[in-house]
Design a protein around this ligand. Structure first.
Ligand code: AMP
Ligand code: FE
Ligand code: FE
Ligand code: ZN
Length: 291
């Protein structure tokens, strides 16, 4: 009875379609999964349908890039409404910036003597939310690099010739955007950011949870963030951050959390809906509505 709450599809930088990912979730024996594509919720409708057909519980979500005190952090927005207009409007802007960034990255590669065309990256990515992994795959596919790691090491990592900073909203804006779409705002893989000092401020701003369990977290890191979550009364989440078949075996299900953590999340969503007056009162029995 467990859940993997951090997964990507081909709607961002994962390689699986929503249907393939749902099938793997079923095979892996997961009770629930969340789709957390970067800056898009486009895969949610298909993933929801595929999961429903297989009897796997689906949680709509997205992963947003934000900034606090000069640090890049990622926010996972769980249970957000994939049809929320403000959310869709903002995501469309982030996607446009991502597409512009691909042009900038290929221009820099060209300057560095690597004649990769932006069009090749777009053709390979075939999505609205392209990122560095797509550039890396194009570099490998066209023979400019041997492996994805090499592409990142030589060109794409921060400080390397083709690295282009990514547009980021502030952490406060990310939390607000997720909340107005009725979602829970969770800081992704805090162990990778090493910016614990920002956590109290984010809690003040309404952050709901911490992703304590993550593929790149050591056991000590997980313990450390579990303590911080308890201190601040935050929800605990976790997931594999599976991007598909980029690195041999897919990660889905290799990091999972007990289903009771999903129940805690649902309780908070419900509590907020009640407090915010989003729940429409059901007519009580014995008090028939006029017709
Ligand atoms: P972007 O959002 O375009 O800046 O790209 C960030 C994504 O690149 C992350 O979600 C990771 O999946 C991926 N990534 C970062 N570093 C590496 C690496 N060394 N090898 C493979 N993928 C990476
Ligand atoms: Fe990614
Ligand atoms: Fe991330
Ligand atoms: Zn991710």
């Amino acid at each position: 009875m467990s859940a993997d709450l951090h997964l990507h599809t081909c709607f961002s930088d994962g390689t699986y379609t929503p249907e393939e990912l749902a099938a793997l979730a079923k095979q892996t024996g997961l009770r629930a999964v969340a789709l957390t594509d970067h800056d898009t919720v486009e895969g949610c409708a298909r993933m929801a349908a595929a999961c429903q057909a297989l009897g796997v519980e689906f949680i709509p979500a997205a992963e947003l890039t934000a900034e606090v005190c000069g640090h890049e952090i990622h926010f996972l927005g769980y249970f957000l409404d994939p049809e929320n207009e403000t959310l869709l409007h903002e995501l469309a802007k982030f996607q446009e910036v991502r597409q512009g960034r691909i042009h900038e990255m290929t221009a820099r590669l060209n300057q560095a003597g690597v004649p990769l065309k932006a069009e090749s990256v777009f053709a390979l990515a075939n999505c609205r939310s392209p990122g560095r992994p797509h550039v890396a795959r194009a570099l490998v596919q066209e023979g400019f690099c041997d492996t994805l790691d090499q592409a990142f090491e030589r060109f794409l990592r921060k400080g390397k010739p083709a690295w282009v900073p990514k547009f980021k909203i502030s952490a406060m804006e990310a939390i607000r955007l997720i909340h107005q779409a009725r979602g829970l705002a969770v800081m992704a893989h805090p162990g990778l950011n090493r910016t614990d000092e920002v956590i109290p401020g984010l809690v003040q701003a309404g952050m709901d949870g911490l992703e304590c369990f993550h593929t790149k977290h050591s056991t000590n890191m997980t313990e450390h963030y579990l303590q911080i979550a308890e201190q601040h009364n935050l929800l605990v989440t976790g997931g594999s951050d599976c991007h598909g078949l980029n690195k041999g075996k897919p990660l889905i299900g290799t990091v999972k959390v007990p289903y009771r953590l999903v129940e805690r999340m649902k309780e908070k969503v419900l509590q907020r809906a009640v407090e915010g007056g989003f729940l429409i009162a059901q007519p009580s029995p014995g008090n028939p509505t006029t017709s």
